[in-house]
Ligand binder design. Structure first.
Ligand SMILES: C[S@@+](CC[C@H](N)C(=O)[O-])C[C@H]1O[C@@H](n2cnc3c(N)ncnc32)[C@H](O)[C@@H]1O
Ligand code: SF4
Length: 405
């Protein structure tokens, strides 16, 4: 366990949570976590708590803003409380699974990044992901991080490339509170081969070690593969992450876009839900073990559902606004229009958070419609036509239907 860290359970955090913002919606959030318990991290040097890498820490201005935005969503407003920014399409790796494989490698201008952050903040965004490509390839990455507005907390998605002590020191104390570092395997050769880069494994481990020394919340993320989904290998992977100093293990199931377009992972999904949920339950009360988060569980109908286009949007590296970082549909461009105009226009297709992954459903529709995906993101007219075949409107996930009403 990291110095300055303690894994805690629900009883330790309920009272802190209840003191941390608008009481009616916070009570509902607290009830939700009471029924869907997680292992929480207490950073007692900074006096803040982390549920997991999805949420800002609390108590904090970003947490209060999240509560305010959730309170409004419950009363029927559309608010993008989470956003991502693909600050560059450039990358030094060539991963087998990359959902961005068909995108170009241009960089967003630093002016448009700052404009997006300000406008998202005005719309009620509390959590912002900085991603790529590899965001650490940008020369001005420190400036971008230092520009995250107060009232928002950021997370950086990275391979660990160029994450050294100087970099970490320069972003400590900013509104970037979480790192999400990709680690695909406990075996160096396998990981480097999968990422098409000799240093992929060393970069990731080095970053996790430095972030751990510097007491920064670190989720280690894995796009799960068949070869790890057996009890021996998954335990070996989890124990490896635990020793390396990660606070959280975040498991993502393969998204069928980019290099994985048209693939069907139904069997893997069922198997992963079973194996990882069991492992998570077995390790729930082990204080010296990282928390385990299954992404698909979070965006399932039993939790928060999929916010794509309604409560979550993404800024692509060409300035276009997409409903999700992994969905190549375009609804406007921030170089030409304001974020609020584009977001409002998306309301016709994304009325509320859905119960299941929009990317998976849209992937199927794109395949059925034989959409030409040689170049992504897709043009506006094609995007609108596809979106009209998959309007999200109706029953919401349990958090919004059962708890927050
Ligand atoms: C697009 S990358 C950007 C940040 C950085 N380049 C990295 O790889 O960590 C963000 C995350 O998406 C994951 N990812 C990429 N393609 C995926 C796919 N088709 N399905 C699931 N996860 C994927 C990566 O493994 C990585 O953890
Ligand atoms: S997953 Fe990340 S590191 Fe791999 S090619 Fe895609 S953007 Fe680059």
């Amino acid at each position: 366990m990291k110095h300055g860290r303690k894994i805690v359970d629900y009883n330790d955090i309920e009272s802190v949570m209840l003191k941390s913002g608008k009481i009616d919606i916070i009570r509902k959030i607290a009830d939700f976590f009471k029924q869907n318990p997680e292992k929480y991290t207490h950073d007692f040097l900074m006096e803040r708590y982390f549920i997991n890498s999805f949420f800002p820490s609390f108590p904090s201005p970003a947490w209060s803003k999240l509560a305010e935005s959730l309170g409004k969503i419950v009363h029927g407003e559309r608010i993008p409380f989470q956003v991502d920014m693909v600050v560059t399409g450039d990358c030094h790796c060539s991963c087998w699974h990359c959902f961005r494989a068909k995108h170009d490698n241009q960089e967003l201008s630093s002016e448009v990044i700052k404009k997006f952050m300000t406008q998202a903040s005005e719309l009620g965004t509390a959590s912002i992901g900085i991603t790529g490509g590899e965001p650490m390839l940008r020369e001005d990455i420190v400036d971008i991080i230092q520009s995250i507005p107060d009232g928002m907390e950021g997370q950086l998605y990275t391979t660990g490339y160029r994450v050294d002590k100087d970099f970490v020191n320069s972003v400590k104390g900013t509104n970037l509170t979480r790192f999400i570092v990709s680690l695909d395997h406990y075996d160096e050769n396998i990981m480097c081969k999968r990422r098409g880069h000799d240093h992929a494994f060393k970069d990731a481990l080095n970053a996790i070690e430095i972030l751990s020394e510097q007491n920064i919340y670190t989720a280690v993320t894995l796009c799960i593969t068949d070869d790890l989904l057996n009890e021996d290998d998954i335990i070996k992977y989890f124990e490896f992450v635990s020793k390396s100093g990660g606070d959280e293990i975040r498991i993502i199931l393969p998204i069928p876009q980019g290099n994985l377009e048209g693939k069907n992972y139904k069997r893997l999904y069922m198997n992963a839900m079973h194996v990882i949920k069991k492992f998570k339950n077995d390790h729930m009360h082990k204080a010296d073990f990282p928390s385990i988060v299954l992404f698909s569980e979070y965006e399932s109908q039993h939790r928060l559902g999929c916010g794509a286009g309604a409560n979550y949007i993404s800024l692509n590296n060409d300035g276009s606004i997409t409903p999700c970082v992994a969905v190549p549909l375009v609804f406007g461009n921030i170089y030409e229009s304001s974020l609020s105009e584009i977001y409002e226009s998306m309301g016709a297709y994304f009325k509320n958070s859905g119960r299941t992954c929009y990317g998976k459903r849209m992937g199927k529709i794109m395949q059925e419609e034989c959409v030409d995906t040689t170049i992504t993101p897709l043009p506006l007219d094609v995007s609108l036509l596809l979106a009209s075949k998959c309007v999200v409107d109706g029953e919401k996930a349990d958090f919004f239907e059962k708890f927050a009403k």
